[in-house]
Design a protein around this ligand. Structure first.
Ligand code: CP
Length: 308
């Protein structure tokens, strides 16, 4: 297929064929990561600005590495060191940066819709690196790549998404993607952390973690996002751990060939035991590795590349 999209704003807007095409390219780019010299000239002469208005380790580092591996010139701008601290608006910041003849903007922002807002107003390609509670499309794509690498396909799998679903842009991107593949999705969280938008999706909701864990191929755990909670949504963290944490005891009951995933950062002892994070079923660090390949593929395709 020929890639036609100028921006990557959400999984919702991608077709299943487009997701498959990104993943196909990502698998090709992954091979480059095992070479002694991890560099190809695909984005030589292009300038990418990583505009991060929220903290990040994995997404920022992997975009930066992906840009370097593709020979792009890149620069990181964060809230704390930018003129946003002096009251400059997002649009003025982006327009000023673009005046310096940049080509692509990777943006993480606490406001849902910030990447779309920029895409409608500036000329650069925009990549959503996580916007508010809306979506985190590159995270979902690297997760799909990891699942595909292990199971061969996303169809006919039983997936459990467990944890703070209400505040998770990752969950929303995953659900949009899984729905396009016909994957069986179960969600498990305290009722107060279950979002209302689920009524629009064909997903199962289960409040009992032990029942939810039965027969799952993938157990995808989410962090408790305390920083996004304006009021207490469960009695105490101790209560949450007792009812919803993937403890080692619960881990032992998961089916043999299942995998444990987490977008990171993980809070050991809260949403999962440290032993579970480090267990043989855990593919958490494989997800991080695939993040570089997926982000290389996206940068490459948005810049007009094809792999046919
Ligand atoms: N998964 C993820 O987005 O991690 P960071 O916040 O560290 O980028």
């Amino acid at each position: 297929m020929n890639w036609t999209k100028k921006h990557l704003l959400s999984i919702e807007e991608l077709s299943r064929e487009e997701i498959d095409f990104i993943l196909k390219n990502a698998f090709s780019f992954k091979e480059i990561l095992s070479r002694p010299i991890k560099k190809v000239p695909a984005l030589r002469g292009k300038t990418v600005v990583n505009l991060f208005f929220e903290p990040s380790t994995r997404t920022l580092v992997s975009f930066s590495l992906a840009e370097k591996h593709l020979s792009a010139d890149s620069i990181n701008v964060s809230t704390k060191t930018s003129s946003v601290m002096k009251g400059e608006s997002l649009l003025d910041t982006a327009k000023n940066i673009e005046s310096m003849k940049t080509d692509m903007v990777v943006i993480r922002h606490s406001s849902s819709g910030a990447p779309k807002f920029l895409a409608e107003r500036i000329k650069s390609n925009i990549i959503n690196a996580g916007d508010g509670l809306h979506e985190h499309p590159t995270q979902a794509l690297l997760d799909f790549m990891t699942i595909k690498e292990i199971f061969g396909d996303l169809k006919n799998l039983n997936i459990l998404i467990l944890g703070d679903i209400l505040h998770s842009r990752v969950a929303r991107s995953l659900i949009w993607g899984f729905m396009k593949y016909g994957t069986w999705v179960t969600l498990c969280a305290p009722p107060t952390l279950m979002p209302l938008y689920l009524n629009d999706f064909n997903v199962k909701v289960e409040y009992d973690i032990d029942k939810a864990l039965e027969n799952k191929d993938v157990v995808y755990i989410l962090r408790m996002q305390m920083e996004r909670q304006e009021k207490a949504l469960f009695p105490s963290l101790r209560e949450y751990i007792k009812e919803y944490s993937l403890t080692y005891e619960r881990y032992l009951k998961i089916k043999n060939k299942s995998i444990i995933m987490h977008p990171g950062p993980i809070n050991r002892g809260v949403e999962l035991d440290g032993t579970v994070a480090d267990s043989e079923k855990s593919v958490i660090l494989d997800q991080v590795t695939n993040g570089v390949a997926v982000r290389m593929a996206i940068l490459y395709l948005l810049n007009g590349g094809t792999n046919e």
